[in-house]
Every structure is written in C-alpha cells, then in structure tokens.
Design a protein around this ligand. Structure first.
Ligand code: PLP
Length: 441
C-alpha cells in the first residue's frame, strides 16, 4: 500500500475510502453501505444525492465560479440572504456569508465588539458563554467554547472569557426542584456574572439553543431562554445564538430558537445550510447592529477570501428552497417523534443508558455506569468511541463524544439522520445502534 500524504485527524485510524453517496447512505470502495445516522456531524440533512442541489451547483459553476466580494455581489448570495431573512426570527435583517461554523462564530464575536465600539460603548469587551459548549475550533470560537477536552492543549493561546452553567436538566436538576425553577436559577447565573464583571462591560452572551457536540442534543427547559433574553435586554448585552449544529430544520423548526420562542441579535448557522454539498455558513444580525456600523465607519473590520462564494451560495439557496418548499421541518417533527419512540423502546430500560433526549431529528443517548446514581463510566474506558467503532462495523455512522474527566457528564452518541430518512430506515438505524451497544456494554 502506498503511503498517504493526507494529514488525517486521527493519525492511526485506517479509514475506508468513501466513493459514493445515495440517499441516506455512504458507500466505500469495497461497496459497503453505511447509514449516515449523524449526517457526519449534523451536516447532511438532505442525504447524499439531492438532484436539485447538485444541479444548482453545476449551473452556477458554468455561469460564474467566483467573484470577490470586495468588488461584486452575486445573484445566489442576494437570493439566499432574502430567503433566510424572510424566514428568520425577530428583527434579523442582514446576512454575512462565510465558509463554516467556526468562521460564523468568529464573525459574530467580532461584530458584537465592533457594534459596541461604534455605538459609543468601547468598554464593553467581555463575552460570556457556557461550560460544556462547543462553538468551533478557531482561537476565538474555541475560547468561547467550554469543553475542557477540546481546549486543554491550547490554554495559553485562548482569550479569557466567562463560562456559566449550561441548562442540563438530566445531570444538574435536583429532584426537589421543578424544571421551571431550575431553568430560572441557571439562567440567573448570567445576571450574576454580568454584575460581577461590571454592569456595562459585557458585550455579548453566546449559547447553543440545543447543545450539540459537547452534551449530545440537550435542549433547555421551558422558560430558560426567555429569561436569558430578558437579562440580555436589561443590561444591553447582545444575545448570540449558535445554531451551527441545531439550526436549518434539524429540531423541527427552520431555526431552533423558534422552538424556545425567542430571537437573538446575532445568529450563526452552517452545516445544514450547505447540507454537505458546499462549505457555507452564515451570520445573521439585526438591522440595529448593521445600521450602527453602516452609519459609523461603514466597514466591518473582518473578512475572508471566500465569503459570499457564489457556488456555495447557489448550493445554500437550493438547500433552503428544498427545506421550505417540501416543508421538511414539519417532517422532522413527525419523524423525530417516531425516532424518539423507537429509542425509548430499545434503550429506555437499558442498564447503561441514563438519558435519551433531543428535539426533532437531533437525539442524544447518554451512557452511564449506574442508572440509579447517574454515575458516568470512567472516560478512560472510551465507551463512546467504542460504540462508534462497533456501529461503523454494523454499517452505521453515529457521532460519539467522551464523558468529561470531572464526572459532570457521561459518554454519549449523537444521532442526526437526514430529514429524508423513512420510518423504516430510522428503525433500522436504531437496530444497528442497539447491536453495536450490545457488543460494548
Ligand atoms: N458551533 C457549533 C455549535 C458546532 O457544533 C460546530 C461544529 O461542530 C461549530 C460551531 C464549528 O463549525 P465548523 O466545524 O463548521 O467550523
């Protein structure tokens, strides 16, 4: 075998070569078919062979491959921005296109800072985020993220930021506290942190409406996000919602925050926006933010060469058109209920499954050593990684996350299948996962 010159993320993994994609399946060079139960990492919402998106990409390449946004705008970027804003929550009014999730979050952090500077409040410099969150791997986004495992080697490079508790009912709500009271209590940590840092010194708060990669599809309890919104409004703090993983229909709403009845000042999306057909992300912001900068320096001091790429925008336009015209978020809600019921039936009484949670086609399963005490497995056992491996052997792709060493949460796997998966395919996915789990615990 010749030596590969690709730098893979896992240096010692012998990976099969993917050569094809068909509906919900990926196919390797040996002809083995894998059900894409996590859309890679919540990316492939339309499956792997959507004709409309493929045609849109081909047509755009034939017409115009690239025009730098320092000189031109393009039809697909304009149309995609119109479509997103027509369906966006609250008063979001402008769309800044980037190439992925980390770039969207970096852009949001810098936009929040620039807004306050141009609004005459340069003292606002603190960003508050949550522990056990993930916002991307670039330095700013990684600084905002609270996942110790992802941060551990890069501590000296990270920007200092505050981290408050996430809303993680399974692990953190005491039995004698109602979900509502718990939600208000953890949301109030934001107010306490703002007061600690200085009432007018905080620029923004960032959170995922449904926590993805770090906790495994954990939605907040009712009322939690409404309280956060109130606190942000009270202290002039911008609310940034990171829907890179949970947005674009994944939870049964085009935007996940619609499920919590609130709207942010800045919203980050990616993954499902390009559905894997093109790398594209976006940051949406309110007219107030855009207008402040337009009336001030008139220039957002941030940018990348590939922002607003016409081919990526054409793919995104076809994806969002598919989502809306076929009302796929509604399909996600019903298929999500089916999936939840199937997971409950299969794993609900499992001795080592502590929690099954999620929204729509975004579900997480948390493995525990002891259901009664909720004690996680020792992370050194690598339970999530072993389940991923066993599932892959069964022809199933699922997304694993190890538990944290502080024992705060256990190993889990995340399921985020394509929205086009049939009920029979979802049942088959649960069967394969069940066989995999049985071989590990
Ligand atoms: N934000 C969230 C919530 C994510 O889940 C991710 C990726 O998993 C990112 C940001 C970073 O996105 P990307 O990997 O496209 O840079």
């Amino acid at each position: 075998m010749t030596r590969s010159h690709v730098f893979p993320r896992h240096c010692h993994a012998a990976l099969p070569t993917a050569v094809g994609g068909e509906g919900c399946y990926l196919i390797d060079a040996d002809g083995k078919r894998y059900f894409d139960g996590s859309g890679g990492a919540a990316v492939s919402c339309l499956g792997h062979s959507n004709a409309r998106v493929r045609e849109a990409i081909k047509a755009q390449v034939d017409q115009l491959a690239f025009a730098h946004t320092g000189f031109f705008t393009s039809d697909p970027a304009e149309k995609l921005a119109d479509l997103l804003i027509a369906n966006a929550p609250g008063d979001l009014d402008r769309v800044y296109f980037v190439s992925g999730g980390s770039e969207a979050v970096e852009s949001a952090i810098k936009l929040a800072r620039q807004y306050h500077v141009e609004n005459g409040e340069p003292q606002r410099r603190h960003l508050i985020a949550r522990r056990q969150s993930y916002h991307g791997n670039t330095i700013g986004a990684l600084s905002a993220g609270g996942n110790a495992w992802r941060r551990q080697q890069f501590g000296p490079l990270l920007v200092e930021m505050s981290h408050i508790a996430p809303c993680y009912e399974y692990a953190d709500r005491p039995e004698d506290e109602t979900p509502e009271a718990y939600g208000q209590r953890v949301a109030n940590e934001l107010e306490a942190e703002i007061l600690r840092l200085g009432e007018d010194s905080v620029m923004a708060f960032i959170a995922e409406p449904v926590v993805g990669a770090t906790l495994g599809a954990v939605p907040a309890v009712p009322g939690y996000f409404k309280r956060l919104r109130e606190i942000c409004d009270r202290y002039g703090v911008l609310l940034i919602l990171d829907e890179v993983m949970c947005g674009m229909g994944r939870t049964g709403h085009l935007f996940a925050c619609d499920g919590d009845g609130i709207a942010p000042d800045i919203l980050c999306i990616a993954k499902g926006l390009g559905a894997g057909y093109q790398p594209i992300g976006a940051m949406l912001c309110s007219a107030r933010i855009y207008d402040t900068i337009a009336a001030g320096t008139g220039f957002f001091q941030h940018g990348h060469t590939y922002i607003g790429h016409p081919v990526a925008a054409a793919a995104g336009l076809a994806v969002v058109s598919e989502l809306l015209e076929r009302d796929l978020p509604a399909q996600v809600r019903t298929r999500g209920q089916h999936l939840q019921a199937a997971l409950e039936q299969r794993f609900g009484q499992h001795a080592h499954v502590g929690d099954i949670r999620g929204r729509g086609l975004f579900q997480g399963i948390e493995f525990v050593a002891d259901r009664g005490t909720k004690a996680p497995f020792d992370p050194a056992l690598g339970i999530a990684g072993k389940v991923k491996k066993a599932a892959f052997a069964e022809g199933l792709i699922c997304y694993p996350m190890p538990g944290t060493r502080d024992g705060r949460h256990g190993d889990h796997v995340l399921l985020a299948p394509p929205f086009i998966a049939t009920e029979a395919e979802l049942d088959e996915m649960v069967d394969r996962l069940s066989r995999a789990v049985d071989t590990v615990i």
